[in-house]
Design a protein around this ligand. Sequence first.
Ligand SMILES: *Cc1c(COP(=O)(O)O)cnc(C)c1O
Length: 358
Amino acid sequence: MSRNIEELARDNVRALTPYQSARRLGGNGDVWLNANEFPLPVPFELSQQTLNRYPECQPKIVIERYAAYAGLQPEQVLVSRGADEGIELVMRAFCEPGKDAILFCPPTYGMYSVSAETIGIEYRTVPALENWQLNLPAIADRLDGVKVVYMCSPNNPTGNLINPDDIRALLEMTAGKALVVADEAYIEFCPQATLSGWLKAYPHLVILRTLSKAFALAGLRCGFTLANKPVIDLLMKVIAPYPLATPVADVAGQALSEQGIALMRQHVAELNASRAWLLEQLPQLSVVQQVFPSETNYILARFADSPAVFKSLWDQGIILRDQNKNPGLAGCLRISIGTREECERLIAALQALSVEKA
Ligand SMILES: *Cc1c(COP(=O)(O)O)cnc(C)c1O
C-alpha cells in the first residue's frame, strides 16, 4: 500500500498546531510590541575564529559566569538553545510518551503544550484562579500520573508573580512524585522573586532562565536550566552533542561579563520606568477596560473592543499580541514595553481611538 507523505507522519504531529510565535504571525510594523523582546539591539563582536572545530557541549565560561550570576554552582547549570529547549529536555528526560503526563495552569506560556504534543505526552491543565494564582486543591486532585508541573512566575501573559507560599505548597505536594519547573524567563524584572535559593531544599525543583528578554538577546537563542546535579546529569543524557554554536557561546559569555550584566540592569531600570508610565497612562483611555499589574517587560490589558483596537494599531504599524483566544483572556491584548518613544506612539494611537469612541 502506498501512502502519501502526510499519512507517513506520526499521528500526534499530524494533529499538532505549531506554536504561533510572534514571528510566524508576521505583520508589517515598525513598532514591535508583540514578542517581549528588548526594543534595541546590543552590540557584540565575535572573538572566536575557530569555526572549523566543534564547540564545547557546555561552554565553560558561559556555565561559570551564569552560575556566578545566579548564585549557584556550575554543576547546577545547563545551557541550551533557549529556555524553550530546556522545557523540552525536561519532558524528554522524565516523561514516558503515552504513559506520563505534564500539568500546567492556563493562561500561561504556550510552549508547554506544544512540546508535550510534539513528543506525545499527555498534558493536563488546571486553570488559574481569577487572580491568576494556583488552584492548589484542583492541582492536588489531578496529580496522578503527572511527572512534571510547569509553573511560570512571573507568568506570561498575565504578568503576575505566583505566591511563594503556594509554590512551597506545590513543592511539598509533588515531593517524591514529580518535578516542578519554574519558568523564570522574566525574573530580571523582579529579581527578588527568584526561587534559585530554594534549590538547596527541593531536589525536584527546576528553574528555567533565558538571555532572550532582559538580556536583549532573543536572536541569540540561549537559555539556562538550573537544578541540582542529579537532575542536570539526566538532562545532559538527552541534550544534543553540540547544542550551542561557537558564536552563540562567544556572545553569551560577553553578555554575562560584569559589564554585560550591568548593561542588562540599566536596561531593566529603563523598561521598568516606562512600564510605570504606561500603567499610569493606559487606565485613562476610554478604550481600555482593565489593566493588570505587571512584574515584567509587558502589560496585559482588557479592551472594550479588542479586535478593532488590535487591527487599527496593526494598520498603523504598531504590533501587539492578541490574547483573545487564551482561556480567561477575552478582550485582552499583551503589550511589550518598547522604547519610551514607542510607548508614546502607542498611547497617542490609543488616545485617538478613545476620542473616536467617546
Ligand atoms: C520567551 C519565553 C521563553 C522562551 O525563551 P527562549 O530562551 O527565547 O527560548 C520561555 N518561557 C517564557 C515564559 C517566555 O516568555
